[in-house]
Design a protein around this ligand. Structure first.
Ligand SMILES: Cc1ncc(COP(=O)(O)O)c(C=O)c1O
Length: 391
């Protein structure tokens, strides 16, 4: 598939300044995102915040339609929340756990999700169990099947972990959840905007993501999808008079859409920027984006494989744009700093972010070089040559 790389780079001012392989941290936004956000901030300053929100109503509301379109949902199943963690929290803490309920999760689960599991285990007597990996290093669907019983209240997994190229088999997991009638929550923070996703194919009930990573939206944005059919089973842990209506002195009614997971005050400029980023991805199409990312990532892995002392650490059958590696005898933070001095951005992912996975593999840290569609083969070659000269 032909990918219009000229256009992608023309629309990305940052590529003139850095070689950015920290897209899993926060990607470079398009100039359209930047312009739309700044324009709204200027409008707020000129005519007032409430007045600007009213004037830009359609641009703000577009975020629900665009987010829904990207994942095959309905606009009223979307809540815009300030980041993936809070979006995930709002879903997770809505589940009415009772003592003895089981949560099944994955080995490569994200730290900010596992800590809440431990909290509900401690406070509510919930049992947290980790589904083992298969021989490819991804969640074993067979093992999950065996672990299912009537006490499983929630299957909750990270689709693409923070620390590697693995893509967990989210659709197969969803089939099991659906057959059992069990709630299914996906942390899709690293996958929305990177690969095509459809909530019906995933069979998920709740899905959280962030704006600043593969979607290329502004920082401080994210969203939560909640399937309409499960809304009434979920009581948001925090509510205000946006999430609910105060209908009588002694009574409130929760909203009947996913906005019950939002709160009233929000960053309108960022919401508009997120809408523009989502529309940009829709226009490119997720199929084209995913194909380009996979090509670049496999090229990067191939080149890294040829560098002495470097070991690529990615697991799974399907590998995404997050390319991780270790370097024998090198201080990874120092390597990152030296690359940064040469205007090449990577990050270092450490054990506490994905403790179960990292400990099982005997890893303290990995260098994370994450590609997006606007990166190029030339950038990859320059990065790998520079890395080799540094180490
Ligand atoms: C798998 C995963 N989930 C959740 C998050 C948290 O996202 P946010 O920083 O938007 O809350 C991250 C961030 O790195 C992540 O990698």
């Amino acid at each position: 598939m032909d990918f219009d790389i000229e256009r992608a780079r023309r629309d990305t001012p940052g590529v003139e300044h850095v070689i950015h392989f920290n897209n899993a941290g926060s990607s470079l936004p398009t100039r359209q995102v930047l312009d739309a956000s700044i324009e709204h901030l200027q409008l707020e300053a000129r005519i007032g915040g409430y007045e600007a929100a009213a004037a830009a109503h359609d641009k703000v509301e577009r975020v629900y339609g665009a987010a829904a379109e990207l994942i095959g949902a309905r606009p009223d199943e979307i809540a815009i929340i300030e980041n993936a963690t809070r979006a995930w929290d709002m879903a997770f803490y809505s589940v009415p756990f009772e003592p003895g309920d089981r949560i099944l999760t994955a080995v490569a689960e994200y730290g900010s999700n596992f800590i809440p599991y431990l909290q509900v285990a401690e406070n509510r007597g919930v049992i947290v169990e980790v589904v083992p990996n298969d021989e490819h290093g991804q969640l074993s669907v067979e093992a999950l099947k065996e672990m299912m019983d009537e006490r499983v209240k929630l299957i909750s997994i990270t689709h693409i972990p923070t620390n590697g190229g693995l893509v967990n088999p989210a659709e197969e997991i969803g089939k099991i959840a659906r057959e059992a009638g069990v709630l299914y929550l996906i942390d899709a923070c690293q996958s929305v905007g990177q690969l095509p996703l459809h909530v019906d194919a995933l069979n998920c009930d709740m899905l959280s993501t962030t704006g600043r990573k593969y979607i290329r939206g502004p920082r401080g944005t994210g969203f939560l999808y909640v399937r309409r059919g499960v809304l009434d089973r979920l009581e948001p842990p925090l509510i205000d008079h946006h999430a609910a209506r105060w209908v009588a002195a002694d009574r409130y009614e929760l909203r009947d859409d996913a906005k019950r997971f939002e709160n009233w005050e929000t960053n309108y400029a960022a919401k508009i920027g997120l809408a523009v980023a989502l529309d940009y991805a829709l226009d490119l199409t997720m199929d084209a984006i995913w194909a380009r990312i996979q090509d670049l990532a496999s090229e990067l892995r191939k080149r890294l494989d040829a560098v002495p002392r470097v070991t690529v650490q990615d697991l799974g059958v399907v590998r995404c744009g997050i390319v991780t590696f270790t370097i024998d005898g090198a201080d990874l933070d120092q390597v990152k700093e030296q690359l940064a001095e040469r205007k090449i951005n990577v990050s270092v992912s450490r054990a506490p972010s994905t403790r179960l996975d990292m400990e099982a593999r005997g890893l303290d840290a990995v260098v994370r070089s994450s590609v997006h569609y606007y990166n190029t083969s030339d950038e990859i070659a320059h990065f790998v040559d520079t890395l080799e000269s540094i180490i």
